[in-house]
Structures are given as structure tokens and as C-alpha cells.
Design a protein. Structure first.
Lengths: 227, 412
């Protein structure tokens, strides 16, 4: 079975009294261990779609199965648990905890979301920091890092819980071209090493090329699907 | 839990100036209230002990109705021998009595052969009386403290205006309940410092001289003053004694005795009450200060950290953990503020005692204010502050824990 199955999902926001159709009638399947990109211009519904897949929001209509679970049926707290167990997030603005060091940021989900014992935590965090090449900066605070370094830490934080799916909403939007390519190839090598499914959104054509499968969104509709 | 505490303390240090400001507000509040409570408490206790230990005793028992007519010191409202027996019996059932002293109170004429004036006198057994009102001997400024038969101790102001000295011979004349007048020659053996409050301008004679002057064939008593072992248990004692004495009925089937604590005997009780009220208001003020300052700072923190909260929630942090995270920040501020405040308060009270501040209470001059830290009160204040800090954090923390990550992540 596919990791994500979306059937005719749509999302409508109410802006004052007017309805905004952020997504309408979108259907797709995402396979395990794939490296997928959603592309489209600003406002095409990428963030909305990733939020739905990431169980941060519920579709207005349609069914969405993620990791075998119909997430629209989950309550607030159960959704948090679901995300903590199955999904890793990488954000456009990195969103690291400013009061925590690189090491502690990576460790955060293991302490605050899952209850992993200290020895196991140490092993996993060190493995991840090594994998993203940030071992040498483990005691630095996010404010002491460059954008690319922050995003590396974010990748480590997303991967450290061994999720089935990592969602990255425009992970390279705040990075220069070289760094963007490095982050994308880092994500790809992580997929190769750990078998984690990566889904990222972007509107940067050069970054899109790295994806194995691309879904093109326009005005909330899926207009093209290319491998 | 360790993770939460670590993050909470880091966040407090991150806004160090703001945290310091809030904590110092709490500290100042705690110090102010604690010092106020211990000084006003010490002052109140001293005031009370000046009254109870030099004049009234803790509790007084009279024949029913005596206190209503006390202005005239009526001789027909004394407790008779039978009543005394019943009182003594009743007292055996009551625990906590330190000492009792029977008094015959009467008014009479005091004459120096050249001048005559009215005087109120207490007939006492000095040994028993000094055990009930241990500060009385210290008030006897001149002459001897042991009041023997044939002697009289008179208040200083009275002695001054009558131009009487220790060693002078005077005559006391009084009429008894049958109206028969009798007199006795007495030697002035001591001058007692006048004191503020009821009985503060009374003189003293030996109880046997009193009953001789009043021609009591069978002993009678106007007042029984009681000192109890534990003053903190005054009201329990009063209740127990009142309950027990209510069983002692006269021939008409009515209660024989009245029980009064010092509170009903002295107008200073109202001052003591006022001090208590003031203390309460100051405490309420402290609660308000802590509530508002912590609420303010935590609301600001939740607003400023919306994105962080959104991120934490998005990656799966449970609402309860986010709640705990903010609660621990408020709790830490409360604990640090209360702890520092308590420590400084203890030091402040210690310093105040070193300075030996004195005050006057009525005629008693230069009483040294010996403030003592009331550790029970301090604990109550500290715990209140900590709970209020926690309570103030609750609202912002609940708001944070219910953050919708989708909305929070859009927040700039
Ligand atoms: N919370 C919201 N309330 C109202 N409209 C929204 C909200 N979120 C997104 N939209 C609208 O939905 C559409 C899709 O937005 P979004 O998913 O953010 O697109 P993208 O990420 O591709 O830029 C846009 O027209 C946007 O204005
Ligand atoms: Mg977007």
C-alpha cells in the first residue's frame, strides 16, 4: 500500500465572508522511500497540501490516508502523537529552538516528543549530526549558524525519530543556489541511507530537477504528474 | 521533565532583564510583606502582652453580670464561697491553666490626713497575682514588691498628686455591700507605674486587708484572673471554660459565671484587629502584584514565541508538555522570587533587631521592638506567592498549549 493516498481532497478557507479554494479535487499516491516534489507558483496550494499530508490540518472534503491512518478522524492530541511518531518536518525558516544548541535541537523530538532513553538518544543524535555534517558545531546555538547549517540541523532533527515521511515546505527558499543544491542532495542521500520518504515543495526549477517524481500545482489543482 | 525544566530555564535567561524585573518585583513584594508582618505581629504581640501580663491576665471570670456594672465595683456582685468552690471544681476539668489569682476589687477613700481622694483598689495575694501578671512586679518602681498585710501599693500619678511617698501612713475607708463603713490604716510600701488600659491606675492591697476593710465574714471574690500556658490556644481555652462553667447554675437555674478574654476587657483589642486587617490588605496587594506581573510577562512570552510553539506543536510535542513548559517558567519565577524574598526578609528582620528600635506604649516608654521572623507566616507567604505565580501562568500556558501549528507557523 502507498504511504500516502489522497482521493479527491479539497481545502476551502473562509476569508471573511469569501471562500478561498486553496485546493480542489486533488488525488495522488506517494510511495515509500520516494523523493517527491510539489511545484507551483506562490499561492498554488503547496503549503496547504503539505499541511494536510502532515496532519497539521484537515481536508474540507475527500479522504487522505497517511501511513495507513485516516488522519482527519484524529483529535488534537492524537494528531500531535501521530506527527511525532510518523512525520518529520523541515521548514522554510528552519524554525530551530533558539535557546537550544545544535545537539539539543536534534535531540529535542527524542526528549519532548518520544521518550527515548539517554543512551539511545546520544547514539541517534550523534549518528544524525554526523550524517548531516554538523558534528563539529554541536554546541553552537542556531544564531551562530549560517542558513545552510541551520537547515542541516533541521534535517537531522526531522530524521532523528526515524519517521516514515519527511515533509519540507520550500526548504531552500531562504538559501542561496549552491546551498540549496547541497541541502537537496543531503536530503536525497538521507533517503538513500535511511529509506525515508521525502516530500518537498519548491518553485525553484533547478531544485525540482533533483526530484524523482514531480507534481505540478496550479490554483489548487494538480495539473501535471511527471516522473 | 528534565528537558522541560532545561528549556524553561533557558527561556527565562533568554529574556534575562525582563525575568530579573519580574523576579525582583516578587522579591520586593515578599520582603515588604514579610517584614511588615513580622514587625506588626511583634508589635501586636508586645502590646497584647503589656496588657495581659501586667494587668488583665489572659482570661477573667466574674459572677454573671459583674462586668456590666464594673464601673462602680459593686460589692453585692461578688462570687461567694460556694461559687468559689464550684469554680475550683470546674477548673479541675480544664487543662492549660498556668496560674490563677483571685481579686477583690473595690473603690474607697484614700486619706493622707491632709488630703483625701477616691481610689480603686485590688485586694490580691501577691504571690498568686504575680504568677498571673508577671510584668506587674517590674512596674513597681519604688519600694518593695512583696505586698505584706498592712501595706498598700499606689499608682505613681496618684502618689504624685497626693504627695505620698513610700513609708507614709495612710487610711483607706470603704463601705461594704451592707453600707457599713470601715477604715484601716495602711503603710505605703510601693509605687506602681501607671499603665494604659483598664486597671492601669488601680492600687493594690493584700487580699486579707481587703476582706477586713469590707468586713467579709466569709471570703468573697470580685474577679478571678487566669493565665494560660499556651496563649495561642486562648480561644480553645475560652470555649472549653465557658462550656464547663455554663453547667454551674445558681438557685434560680441561671448560669453563675461570665468568662471574658483580654480581648473583651481591653479597648486595645480593636487596635490588634486593625493590625490584622492591615496585614491582610498588604497580603492582598502582594497577591495582586505577583499576579499581574507574572501574567503580563508570560502573556508576552507566549505571544513572542508563537512560532516556536507552533514548531514544537507541529513536530509532535503534546499540548500537555507545552502547558508544562510554560507553567514551569512561571513556577521558577515564583520559587526564585519567594526564596530570595524569604531570605532577604529574614536578614532584614535580623538587621532591624540589631538597630534596637524602641517605641512607647502608653506609660511604658522605650520598649525595644524585638521583631521575630514568623516562619509559619513566611512559609504561608512564600507558598502563596508561588501558587499565585503558577496561577498567573496558567492562562497564557493554556493558550500556548492550544496553539494550532498551522496558524502559528504563519505568524511572523
Ligand atoms: N489560513 C488561510 N486563510 C485564508 N486563505 C488561505 C490560508 N492559507 C492559505 N490561504 C490561501 O490559499 C491559497 C494557497 O495558499 P498556499 O497553500 O500557502 O500556497 P503556496 O504555499 O503554494 O504559496 C492562497 O490563495 C492563500 O491565500
Ligand atoms: Mg507556501
Amino acid at each position: 500500500m502507498s504511504l500516502v493516498v489522497a482521493q479527491d481532497i479539497s481545502k476551502t478557507y473562509l476569508l471573511g465572508s469569501t471562500e478561498v479554494n486553496a485546493l480542489s479535487g486533488v488525488s495522488f499516491c506517494l510511495e515509500k522511500s520516494s523523493f517527491i516534489s510539489f511545484v507551483g507558483p506562490s499561492g498554488s496550494g503547496k503549503t496547504t497540501l503539505l499541511n494536510l499530508i502532515g496532519c497539521l490540518d484537515k481536508p474540507t472534503t475527500g479522504t487522505l490516508i497517511v501511513c495507513g491512518e485516516d488522519t482527519s478522524k484524529l483529535k488534537y492530541s492524537a494528531r500531535a502523537d501521530f506527527r511525532g511518531k510518523n512525520i518529520g518536518f523541515i521548514f522554510q525558516d528552519f524554525n530551530l529552538m533558539p535557546v537550544l544548541s545544535v545537539y539539543e535541537n536534534t535531540e529535542y523530538p527524542l526528549v519532548m516528543v518520544q521518550n527515548i532513553n539517554a543512551a539511545e538518544r546520544k547514539k541517534r543524535v550523534e549518528l544524525m549530526l554526523d550524517a548531516v555534517g554538523m558534528s563539529g558545531h554541536r554546541d553552537k546555538r542556531p544564531s551562530q549558524l549560517s542558513g545552510g547549517q541551520k537547515q542541516r540541523v533541521a534535517v537531522a532533527r526531522a530524521l532523528v525519530t526515524n519517521p516514515s515521511l519527511i515533509l519540507a515546505d520550500e526548504p531552500t527558499a531562504n538559501l542561496d543556489h549552491d546551498t540549496s543544491m547541497k541541502i537537496i542532495s543531503l536530503m536525497k542521500s538521507m533517503r538513500d541511507n535511511f529509506g525515508t520518504t521525502f516530500v518537498f515543495s519548491t518553485h525553484d526549477p533547478k531544485v525540482v530537477k533533483e526530484a524523482e517524481k514531480v507534481f505540478v500545482l496550479e490554483d489548487g489543482k494538480l495539473v501535471k504528474e511527471e516522473a | 521533565m528534565f528537558g522541560i525544566l532545561k528549556i524553561a530555564s533557558r527561556n527565562l535567561m533568554r529574556y534575562s532583564r525582563r525575568t530579573a524585573l519580574t523576579v525582583s518585583l516578587i522579591v520586593i513584594g515578599v520582603v515588604f510583606v514579610s517584614v511588615f508582618v513580622s514587625i506588626s505581629g511583634s508589635f501586636k504581640n508586645m502590646m497584647i502582652s503589656q496588657i495581659t501580663d501586667s494587668m488583665t491576665g489572659h482570661v477573667q471570670v466574674h459572677r454573671k453580670g459583674y462586668m456590666g456594672a464594673v464601673e462602680t465595683l459593686p460589692q453585692n456582685m461578688n462570687i461567694k464561697l460556694m461559687g468559689l468552690d464550684r469554680f475550683d471544681n470546674a477548673l479541675k476539668d480544664i487543662s492549660g491553666v498556668e496560674a490563677i489569682s483571685e481579686r477583690i476589687k473595690f473603690g474607697g477613700m484614700f486619706s493622707t490626713f491632709t488630703e483625701t481622694s477616691n481610689i480603686r483598689l485590688n485586694g490580691i495575694d501577691p504571690e498568686k497575682e504575680y504568677k498571673v501578671v508577671p510584668l506587674l512586679p517590674a512596674r513597681i518602681l519604688e519600694g518593695s514588691k512583696d505586698l505584706k498585710r498592712g501595706e498598700i501599693i499606689i499608682p505613681r500619678l496618684f502618689a504624685n498628686s497626693m504627695k505620698v511617698k513610700v513609708g507614709d501612713t495612710v487610711v483607706v475607708v470603704a463601705s461594704n455591700k451592707d453600707g457599713s463603713v470601715n477604715g484601716k490604716q495602711l503603710k505605703v510600701s510601693g509605687i506602681v507605674e501607671s499603665a494604659t488600659g483598664p486597671g492601669g491606675r488601680d492600687g493594690y492591697v493584700h487580699i486579707e486587708d481587703a476582706s477586713e476593710i469590707l468586713r467579709m465574714d466569709i471570703p468573697e471574690i470580685s474577679e478571678i484572673a487566669i493565665r494560660i500556658k499556651d496563649f495561642d490556644k486562648l480561644h480553645e481555652f475560652e470555649a472549653a471554660l465557658t462550656e464547663r462553667l455554663s453547667k454551674e447554675l445558681n438557685k434560680k437555674g441561671l448560669p453563675m459565671f461570665d468568662v471574658h478574654t483580654w480581648e473583651k476587657l481591653s479597648p486595645f483589642y480593636n487596635i490588634a484587629r486593625m493590625i490584622d486587617m492591615m496585614t491582610l490588605f498588604v497580603k492582598i496587594l502582594l497577591v495582586a502584584v505577583v499576579l499581574i506581573s507574572v501574567l503580563n510577562v508570560m502573556m508576552m512570552a507566549v505571544y513572542e514565541r508563537t512560532r516556536e510553539i507552533g514548531t514544537a506543536a507541529a513536530i509532535g510535542t503534546r499540548p500537555s508538555k507545552i502547558l508544562l513548559l510554560f507553567l514551569s517558567e512561571g513556577l521558577m519565577m515564583g520559587i526564585i522570587g519567594a526564596g530570595l524574598g524569604a531570605a532577604i526578609s529574614i536578614a532584614a528582620v535580623y538587621l532591624i533587631n540589631l538597630k534596637k528600635i524602641t517605641f512607647n506604649f502608653g506609660m511604658q516608654k522605650g520598649i525595644i521592638l524585638s521583631a521575630s521572623v514568623d516562619y509559619k507566616q513566611l512559609a504561608v507567604i512564600s507558598l502563596t506567592v508561588i501558587s499565585v505565580a503558577l496561577l498567573a501562568t496558567l492562562l497564557p500556558a493554556i493558550k500556548a498549549s492550544g496553539t494550532e501549528p498551522v496558524n502559528a507557523l504563519r505568524h511572523i
